[in-house]
Design a protein around this ligand. Sequence first.
Ligand SMILES: [Zn+2]
Ligand SMILES: [Zn+2]
Length: 145
Amino acid sequence: MSNSHITATGGCLCKAVRYQVQGPLRDVIACHCTQCRRSSGHFVAATATRPEHLTITEDRGLSWYQPPDLYKRGFCKLCGSSLFFVSETGAEDKISIAAGSLDSAAGIKLAAHIFIEEAGDYYQVSGDAAQVIGGGHAVKMPDHN
Ligand SMILES: [Zn+2]
Ligand SMILES: [Zn+2]
């Protein structure tokens, strides 16, 4: 495999999970829903890529939690880092990746806040990014050829 097409690398805090992306990354969406806030400790900021563009290069720590009717969450069972989010239906043809797990910014930016009605009352959602009630954001997956 050539390294020339790797667009991003990342992983968990303890390096027991590492991944690389060989395709475009979507801009970042911050999800303020109750599940994301509880599992992450604050709120979740995630980019996304097509599943076929994500390669897990180290999975020693990778574990998955599947709440009923909610996104499946990939995390490191050794250090607790949140890493991946997958629709339980598999219908979306994308995998979301915790933006904080990227090794570098990879040219993406925060584009929207979703589920702002569930945001904690200890902070304000602010800044230039769109703010959406519910999950119906307008941030598109980048075209991939
Ligand atoms: Zn880890
Ligand atoms: Zn959420």
